[in-house]
Design a protein. Structure first.
Length: 610
């Protein structure tokens, strides 16, 4: 990890680090930078025109008044000249400001887009463990990304639209003040470092509060997301009041942090405004004194000249506290955002093994696995999953069955031991190629925002409509789709839970992989649908490596071999009948399943009909 990335991960990013990190996203738009810089220079020159014109105008009018005979012709010429120059300057300034803000905003939008695209691409390359780690919950990740992009794009906006023009104007104003009078220029220059010193103290004092607000925003986002996801349970138990109070507690904590931070901010801002006013007073007094003592080059017009130039010097000071607040917010949010973008250790490891044929013979030897929260899920697990056979993983909830499937699909990597596929260590397999050859159906499958056809084709993007129809028929969902007004163009999210599960199974059928992982594939289906899907799955099982996790004894008993797990250990293994005769966990699960189904009464009912 580079020194720059170490800075980000340790949470000690400074403004220089921020600019270094954001620079690669700005440099592709060099032409916009060039245009903005040119416009900035022109705009800064325009900002000095009022002071120069007022200086000359005051002296010219003063000289005109002191003449023995007042000449209206001369006065009209002076006023006409002033009007033309000032109005012309305003027209030019308006055009410059328009294009400067337009191109600056364009760059901000483009940079925001690139930041968003890059962070999503980066996250898609991460291991599954990243998304299950503490602090990476969905709501918190979303908050880190959204606020990171917003604050970083605002940084670009602040720099090219706010800071750069203001400071260019301030530097030009200071140069003009020194050219007019060194003493006045020194007074103006001395105020600036004092102001920056106070601003730096403000940033250090408020950094802890800003971090607290950042964490609070993440907590709020996660809390709201949890409420939305759990709304059915909340309402069914009448727990709206409890959840509302819990959210109120989080918001109260956030409010206290925000009020305390704002209180400190306003105190420092008041001090800085006082410093600015002191500078203006000193400039007026010193310039007036130099005029009174008839200092060379100092006229009455120079009083207004220096006051207006100092206003251009102090303009960045007036804006700096707001921009500096935004920059410091950006530092906090950038740490979280670039922490994602530069998390090299989270990138999924992928090998180069890319065989033409995948047989599907798995071998696990002495595998241990612990989740990121410290829970050890597997202990010294060894098993052989032969090619072309059906292997069932049986056990109570939490036994480690789904963890094994996750390891076989390279979602996670074992802490100890080895896993091979067709004799090659799984870590050496090309991850993308491996998953192209694996079909995975879960108890709860994700349905994407899109049509039914788009969701089925997710398993094979190049599939034809005829292939989609065939997969839908295999999943016993075609007849229901055909009855919908829009057919396969219906939005998939409008379907029931059971229908969505069949769409996920159709997605697996259209992929047609040599290896199939089934984790409670019919858990959310009714009895008839379960039987239909079982028939379809039985048909696709032929000649493939199938690993099935199910509490349905009708699916388990069809397996060629079963492994029984208990609390992360393999405690039994063999053919279903053999393991049943051994007694133990499998017999207990089998008998309990039979009793829960009232098998005796079902058999008697069927016998009575006969």
């Amino acid at each position: 990890m580079t020194e720059e990335k170490k800075t980000e991960s340790t949470g000690k990013m400074n403004i220089l680090d921020l600019l270094k990190n954001i620079l690669p996203f700005v440099l592709p738009y060099r032409w916009l930078i060039s245009v903005t810089l040119a416009l900035t220079l022109v705009g800064s020159l325009m900002a000095q025109v009022n002071a120069v014109v007022l200086d000359r105008a005051v002296d010219a009018i003063n000289a005109l008044i002191q003449q023995p005979e007042f000449s209206w012709g001369s006065a009209v010429r002076i006023l006409t000249t002033i009007s033309i120059i000032l109005l012309g300057k305003e027209v030019v300034a308006a055009l410059v400001t328009f294009f400067q803000r337009y191109y600056g905003e364009r760059m901000r939008i483009l940079v925001s887009r690139d930041l968003s695209v890059n962070v999503v691409k980066r996250m898609l390359s991460f291991r599954m463990s990243f998304f299950t780690s503490e602090g990476n919950e969905t709501g918190k990740l979303q908050s880190r990304i959204d606020r990171g992009i917003m604050s970083l794009s605002n940084t670009v906006n602040n720099f090219f639209i706010e800071i750069l023009p203001l400071f260019t104007s301030a530097i030009l104003a200071l140069i003009l003040m020194f050219m007019a009078n060194v003493y006045v220029g020194l007074v103006a220059l001395c105020i600036v470092p004092i102001y920056f010193w106070v601003t730096n103290i403000q940033a250090k004092r408020m950094k802890g509060g800003r971090r607290g607000i950042f964490s609070g925003h993440q907590a709020v986002s996660q809390s709201i997301l949890n409420i939305i996801e759990s709304i059915t349970v909340i309402k069914s138990f009448n727990r709206e009041k409890i959840e509302a109070e819990r959210q109120a507690d989080i918001q109260r904590t956030m409010t206290d942090l925000q009020l305390n931070t704002r209180k400190q901010s306003y105190m420092f801002n008041g001090l800085k405004s006082f410093l600015e006013q002191i500078g203006t007073v000193l400039i007026i007094i010193l310039t007036a004194y130099l005029v009174l003592i008839d200092y060379p080059g100092m006229t009455i017009g120079k009083i207004m000249y220096h006051v207006m130039l100092f206003a251009n010097v102090s303009a960045p000071i007036r804006q700096l506290h707001r921009i500096y607040d935004d920059m410091n917010d950006a530092l906090i949010y950038a740490e979280g955002f670039f922490g994602i973008l530069h998390a090299d250790d989270e990138v999924e490891n992928t090998g180069k093994h890319h065989p033409a044929e995948v047989k599907g013979d798995f071998q696990l030897s002495g595998v241990d696995f612990t989740y990121s929260n410290g829970t050890q899920a597997l202990f010294d697990v060894s098993m052989h999953i032969p090619s072309g056979k059906i292997t069932a993983l049986v056990g109570l909830s939490g036994a480690g069955k789904s963890t094994i499937v996750n390891l076989l699909d390279k979602f996670y990597h074992p802490d100890r031991g080895s896993i091979t596929l067709d004799g090659v260590d799984l870590s050496e397999w090309d991850t993308q190629w491996l998953r192209e050859n694996v079909g995975l159906v879960l108890q709860k499958n994700h349905i994407f925002d899109g049509t039914i056809e788009e969701n089925i084709k997710y398993g094979h993007p190049d599939a034809t409509h005829e292939e989609v129809v065939k997969a839908a028929k295999q999943a016993y969902i075609y007849d229901q789709i055909a009855q919908l007004p829009n057919g396969f163009e219906t939005q998939a999210l409008q379907l029931s839970g059971g229908q969505q599960q069949r769409i996920a199974i159709a997605r697996m059928f259209i992929k047609n992989p040599p290896i199939i992982f089934l984790d409670e594939p019919t858990a959310s289906l009714d009895a008839i649908a379960t039987e239909q899907i079982k028939a379809s799955i039985d048909a696709i099982k032929a000649g493939r490596t199938v690993i099935i996790i199910s509490h349905n004894i009708g699916q388990i008993i069809d397996a060629d071999y079963i492994y029984v797990l208990k609390e992360g250990h393999v405690v039994q293994g063999g053919r279903p009948n053999e393991v049943y005769q051994q007694g133990g966990v499998y017999k207990d699960i089998f008998d309990a399943s039979a009793r829960s189904m009232n098998v005796d009464k079902i058999a008697n009912t069927i016998e009575g009909i006969k």
